[in-house]
Design a protein. Structure first.
Length: 138
């Protein structure tokens, strides 16, 4: 798949949703490395091995919630600068701007539209890459 991250990680505490997202991504023919984590703690413990190019992160989880995970990633030497897409049903646009300094590049709203998940990820990834290319040329 062109214009798609090579290493993608989905973090959500709902196992059924993790399995549905995995199946959706595999069925779409994704050739990169995909990993699913059930918690922010799991993501942080595996971050060095996973080396994600893009993280899809549930905002509301038990234990470490999305903001806690974002703050930990922002301070983690193996994850600094990794773009994050929040997956949530309760995010207001102002919150995206609030979390942008922690790496948030967009939102995919829940319940996830699995039919459009790949195109949503691709659009957000393309916008992120374009923005980074513009910053690199400044």
């Amino acid at each position: 798949m062109d214009n798609f991250p090579e290493r993608l990680v989905f973090v959500d505490d709902e196992q059924d949703l993790r399995e549905m997202v995995r199946a959706t991504i595999e069925d779409a023919g994704y050739k990169g490395a995909f990993a699913a984590c059930g918690s922010g703690e799991e993501l942080l413990s595996r971050i060095r091995v996973l080396q994600p190019e893009l993280i899809l992160l549930d905002l509301k989880m038990p234990g470490m919630d999305g903001p806690d995970v974002m703050a930990a990633l922002h301070a983690h030497p193996d994850a600094t600068g990794t773009p994050i897409v929040l997956c949530t049903g309760s995010l207001k646009l102002e919150m995206v701007e609030l979390y942008r300094p922690l790496g948030v590049v967009g939102v995919i709203h829940k319940p996830l539209d699995l039919d459009n998940l790949m195109s949503n990820i691709q659009e957000l990834w393309a916008a992120y890459c374009e923005q980074n290319d513009e910053q690199d040329t400044e």
